[in-house]
Design a protein around this ligand. Structure first.
Ligand SMILES: *Cc1c(COP(=O)(O)O)cnc(C)c1O
Length: 405
């Protein structure tokens, strides 16, 4: 065993969350290190039983009665559980629904329904996740608004300075990712929100890469709108529904455009015209994806149990270890770290860049080491605090060194 592998094994032995890694479905022999929990989290071992119970007892036995008995409440109840466990948000402001993309559309449009006519610009950054950029440019076209693009350093992300220089009296909305999907840089969401508010506009934060990885305080930061993903650090499963947060103060003014029967004040009256339900429920559109909420609900339970402070501590220990090994083993081979070194700005994944990394990633997958690759030249090591072992980090770095060396 190499020094790095020994250190990894030792860190696993002293890890206070080490037992949690055993609570996930073991991979078959084809995977030796899973480092993509920031793209698709792993399922818990007992989830199969939870799914079977839902099918046998809730769906199978309660049948149509299940809607009245509990499912109608799930989008809000599971949303509240997530808000308490991971969003720093009081109840009544979060729903589980749709996908992140659809919720970006709904909540950006809702935010823009609040604007006064002289505010005709949406402030966004060039390095945001593609779906965010595509949706917001579609919305700008639809409403005849202009996009003001902020250029960011790709190894970092959006900073208060850049935002302060861009927002102003024409700003109608600011949209950005809390953690950059590329570098893992954590934006100062509290300070940026303050700056945007001082300019008189609302914020919409995309929390896809921060939820479940770092503590979030939406209410304290006075965030207006937020969205995020259920299948990354939340382990909700492939295509899990997303979540949307609408600050209580906006719920009765802001109108989202996809007004379906599930957001209606009285859905079962089946009346002639649309009347929004009071509060967060008006942000629902159609029948909620109950079956797909079962794994998400289960995973939120696990996060509640462990707590985000312990999750963040493990996350930083994992990324510290990764960076230490990258400096020791990979930098001498021409690799560059493309993620923040300071804890304050470092999220749950670490990106490294180098020549031929697309092929390096293919070779890693062949060897059973699964990170992901982001164009043009970045390999992302996604370290999921509840399921990733330090030994997996060590193994991945050793394999990359072996391929490059
Ligand atoms: C993963 C991710 C998404 C995904 O959106 P979907 O609608 O689930 O495909 C959106 N935004 C960011 C920042 C992401 O990281």
């Amino acid at each position: 065993m190499t020094v790095a592998l020994e250190r990894g094994a030792e860190l696993d032995r002293s890890d206070p969350l080490r037992d949690h890694a055993d609570r996930f479905v073991p991979t078959d022999g084809s995977v030796r290190a899973y480092l993509d929990g920031n793209s698709l989290g792993r399922p818990a071992v007992d989830l199969a039983q939870v799914m079977a119970d839902f099918i046998n007892h809730s769906w199978g036995s309660r049948l149509i009665r299940g809607w009245d008995e509990e499912w109608m409440d799930w989008p809000l109840a599971v949303g509240d559980a997530l808000a308490a466990a991971a969003l720093g948000a009081a109840a009544g402001q979060t729903i589980i629904a749709d996908s992140t993309s659809v919720l970006i559309y709904k909540l950006a449009r809702a935010a823009l329904s609040l604007r006064s006519p002289e505010r005709d610009e949406i402030v966004v950054d060039v390095d945001n996740f593609p779906t965010d950029r595509y949706l917001i440019s579609g919305i700008a076209d639809e409403l005849g608004l202009r996009l003001r693009w902020i250029r960011t350093d790709a190894d970092l992300g959006i900073t208060p300075d850049l935002v302060a220089r861009t927002v102003g009296e024409r700003t109608a909305l600011f949209l950005a990712s809390h953690i950059s999907y590329r570098s893992g840089y954590i934006a100062d969401a509290a300070e940026i929100t303050r700056i945007v508010h001082a300019a008189g506009a609302p914020v919409l934060w995309d929390l896809c890469h921060s939820v479940g990885a770092i503590p979030i305080a939406l209410d304290n930061w006075q965030v207006d709108f937020a969205v995020g993903c259920g299948y990354k650090f939340l382990n909700g499963g492939p295509g899990a529904p997303a979540f949307g947060y609408v600050g209580a103060r906006h719920q009765d003014q802001a109108r989202q455009p996809l007004q379906g029967w599930m957001g209606h004040a009285r859905p079962f009256e089946m009346g002639p015209g649309y009347q929004p339900h009071p509060g967060i429920r008006s942000f629902l559109t159609g029948t909620p994806p109950i079956l797909a909420m079962v794994p998400l609900r289960h995973a939120i339970g696990m996060i509640t149990e462990v707590g985000l402070d312990a999750i963040r501590a493990k996350s930083l220990a994992l990324t510290d270890f990764a960076i230490e090994l990258i400096d020791e083993r990979l930098v001498p081979l021409g690799v560059r770290l493309a993620s923040p070194r300071d804890h304050e700005h470092r999220g749950g994944h670490v990106t490294i860049v180098g020549d031929g990394f697309a092929e390096v990633k293919d070779e890693l997958w062949k060897r059973g080491v699964l990170p992901d690759f982001r164009r043009p030249d970045g390999i992302r090591l996604g370290l999921s605090p509840l399921s990733t072992r330090f030994a997996e980090v060590a193994l991945a770095v050793e394999e990359i060194a072996d391929i490059l060396g």
